[in-house]
Design a protein around this ligand. Structure first.
Ligand code: IPE
Ligand code: IPE
Ligand code: MG
Length: 246
């Protein structure tokens, strides 16, 4: 699976870009271990890649980018690591918000941030608030996000609306369910990228990924470069998406 990243931005057909790209940013810990560094430095390096890849997507004209930053299962990690990740979130907002805003990026959160410690929660809410009327790329940060949690939340909210008489059971269809997810109003991911050699979704966008194309690579997230992104998009453009048809 170690591909040579021979593709460049010139190989991409700008007329057939994936509208929505999802990235499972994985491999920070293994990257740090390989360098003999503590895990939090892997996360720090991973954050630098976030900045580069967001810019690359924005320049390319990607409309929706979803980055998996922290899963509902990641709370199982040692508390020092969770704290380091939460702290990096604060650093990220403080360092990058101004530039993201200047680039017309609209930041949205997928996940239940009410469970985050106070400071990261407030900083993230600030980023969402400041960029809320931007009209460029939508950057979804999946934070305390789990696909099963999201579907559970949607079911509860739908039932509440049924009980209130706001919707009728017969009105429940796939479109209505989509409207109760964090990604309401956004297209499903066309392309999901997962570095680090793991071949699984790890609870990422499980409802929305029904017809996504996948691109896996052994590269660890802190080593991920714009060329990997371009490679993934070129590969995506060669696929024949049938959606069950012929
Ligand atoms: C991804 O890197 C970052 C988060 C899950 C927050 P990991 O920390 O999972 O790195 P590995 O998988 O241990 O290498
Ligand atoms: C998925 O990575 C979550 C994020 C990248 C935020 P994990 O490292 O948590 O996934 P598993 O545990 O290998 O499935
Ligand atoms: Mg991992």
């Amino acid at each position: 699976m170690t591909e040579n990243i021979s593709k460049t931005i010139k190989d991409i057909d700008k007329e057939r870009l994936p509208v929505h790209i999802g990235i499972i940013m994985d491999g920070n810990g293994r990257w740090a271990k390989k360098q003999g560094l503590p895990r939090h430095l892997g996360h720090q390096e991973g954050m630098r890649k976030v900045v580069q890849i967001v810019e690359a997507c924005n320049e390319l004209g990607i409309k929706n980018l979803t980055l998996y930053a922290f899963s509902t299962e990641n709370w199982k990690r040692p508390s020092v690591e969770v704290e380091a990740l939460m702290n990096l979130l604060v650093v990220f907002v403080r360092k990058e918000l101004r530039r993201l805003n200047e680039n017309n990026v609209k930041i949205m959160i997928l996940g239940d941030i009410s469970k985050l410690p106070d400071l990261p929660m407030r900083e993230v809410e600030r980023a969402v608030g400041i960029t809320s009327s931007n009209t460029g790329m939508t950057l979804n940060i999946a934070l305390n996000y789990g696909g099963r949690q999201e579907v559970t939340m949607a079911i509860k909210d739908i039932l509440r609306d049924v009980n209130k008489g706001n919707i009728n059971i017969d009105e429940i269809d796939e479109k209505l369910i989509s409207d109760y997810l964090y990604t309401k109003g956004q297209p499903d991911p066309d392309l999901i990228i997962r570095p680090s050699g793991e071949l699984r979704l790890s609870n990422f966008l499980i409802y929305q990924a029904a017809y996504s194309e996948f691109w896996f690579s052994d590269v660890l997230w802190p080593d991920f470069k714009a060329d990997h992104l371009y490679n993934a998009i070129v590969e995506y453009q060669k696929r024949n998406r049938r959606f069950g048809g012929v």
